[in-house]
Design a protein around this ligand. Structure first.
Ligand SMILES: [Zn+2]
Length: 71
């Protein structure tokens, strides 16, 4: 199995799951209306009133696949 891990790389950001029943709009308008929504059950990151889907969080450097080096 491919190693698929994401690391939160920004202070003050948190990871949550949209509890539903409504979708949440992605703060960073991503590809079209459907993909701009964070659906119920979808993992996303947020800070203050900014919600980013995982794709936009990776694109903006909030989430990264780069493993941090151990201190
Ligand atoms: Zn997005």
């Amino acid at each position: 199995m491919k190693d698929q891990r994401l690391y939160l790389d920004r202070a003050g950001w948190e990871v949550s799951v949209n509890p539903g029943p409504s979708s949440i709009n992605c703060f960073h308008t991503c590809d079209g209306d459907y993909y701009g929504r964070i659906l119920p059950g979808e993992v996303h990151v947020h800070k203050d009133n900014q919600d980013f889907c995982v794709n936009c969080a990776i694109e903006n450097g909030i989430l990264t696949t780069e493993r941090p080096t151990l201190p």
